[in-house]
Design a protein around this ligand. Structure first.
Ligand code: CP
Length: 313
């Protein structure tokens, strides 16, 4: 595989290879081996047209831990403000020797366009309301570390599904891995075509919680909506927020996830976000291992003995 643009690009074997490679890389890091020489001489460009904390920094950390050179590009302060197009920006970066472009863009589909213009690999770091496949990989990696095999696991994704690229990528990837996904959201915050997605839909969070192994809360993306979608924070929190009372309805081993950034007190109470069941900080740490695995497999080779090679160096 040359690019990673959609979670649907990954077969079950591909997805398991990424997760196994991430596990191996995390194990190496646990042995205090901070840097591997695998991508020495390769250049990774982080091309970010939208704001990011976790994704941009973890791709940078991942590339550097694999010894790649990293160029960070932010649209703010660049010639994009003078009207330069995505294509010309991409060709300029490629002329500087990019082997891989990691792109975040506000327009759904921008990474597909980019993949037609550059010779190197393209990784989607979030495009509009479409997809965020490496978030889904790090989420699956976190679930697998906590719960083991994901086959048959019941994952409930709650909140603003309509605007969430994280939700779409998770539904696709978790379906590929054999998990059983339920979306819970107000009808106004579900996509029109949700009945074509490989998952169930419920409007009753309290009914679904006791049957869940994983509860993934989504950020309410108020910057992308108007009052017709989202009448009031209070009403939303009452029906769809995860507070301590709802947390108590989860089974003993169930975990709580959130991709970040969080609206504490809206979709998730602060005491829930900071509780021992929360994997939110783990997700951030696991993001580096998952993104190392993606860069390694796209740029470093895809032989089955990847883990052995990494450990041997
Ligand atoms: N989860 C996520 O994509 O966070 P950032 O917007 O901070 O990258």
């Amino acid at each position: 595989m040359r690019h990673l643009i959609s979670a649907a690009d990954l077969s079950k074997d591909d997805a398991l290879l990424v997760l196994d490679t991430a596990e191996e890389l995390a194990r190496v890091a646990d042995q205090s081996i901070k840097k591997l020489p695998t991508l020495r001489g390769r250049t990774v460009v982080n091309l970010f047209f939208e704001d990011s904390t976790r994704t941009r920094i973890s791709f940078e950390a991942a590339a550097k831990r694999l010894s790649a050179d990293v160029i960070n590009f932010s649209a703010k302060g660049s010639s994009v403000s003078k009207g330069e197009s995505l294509k010309d920006t991409a060709l300029t970066l490629e002329a500087m020797g990019a082997d891989c472009v990691v792109i975040r863009h506000g327009a759904s589909g921008a990474p597909y366009r980019l993949a037609n213009w550059v010779h190197g690999s393209v990784v989607n770091a979030g495009d509009g309301t479409h997809e965020h496949p490496t978030q889904a990989l790090l989420d699956a990696f976190t679930m697998r570390r906590r719960l083991g095999n994901l086959e048959g696991r019941r994952v409930t994704i709650v909140g603003d599904v309509l605007h969430s690229r994280v939700a779409r990528s998770n539904v696709l990837l978790l379906g590929t891995l054999g998990a059983d996904v339920t979306l819970v959201a107000p009808p106004t915050l579900l996509p029109v075509a949700v009945d074509t997605w490989p998952c169930s839909v419920s409007y009753d969070l309290d009914a679904v919680l006791p049957k869940s192994d994983v509860v993934m809360m989504l950020r309410v993306q108020r910057e992308r909506m108007n009052a017709a979608y989202f009448p009031s924070v209070r009403e939303y929190s009452r029906r769809y927020g995860l507070d301590a009372e709802r947390l108590a309805r989860l089974s003993d081993d169930a975990i709580v996830m959130h991709p970040g950034p969080m609206n504490r007190g809206v979709e998730i109470a602060a005491e829930v976000a900071d509780s021992p069941r929360s994997t939110i900080v783990e997700q951030v740490a696991n993001g580096v291992s998952a993104r190392m695995a993606v860069l390694y497999l796209l740029l470093g080779g895809s032989e089955p003995a990847i883990g052995k090679e990494v450990v041997a160096r």
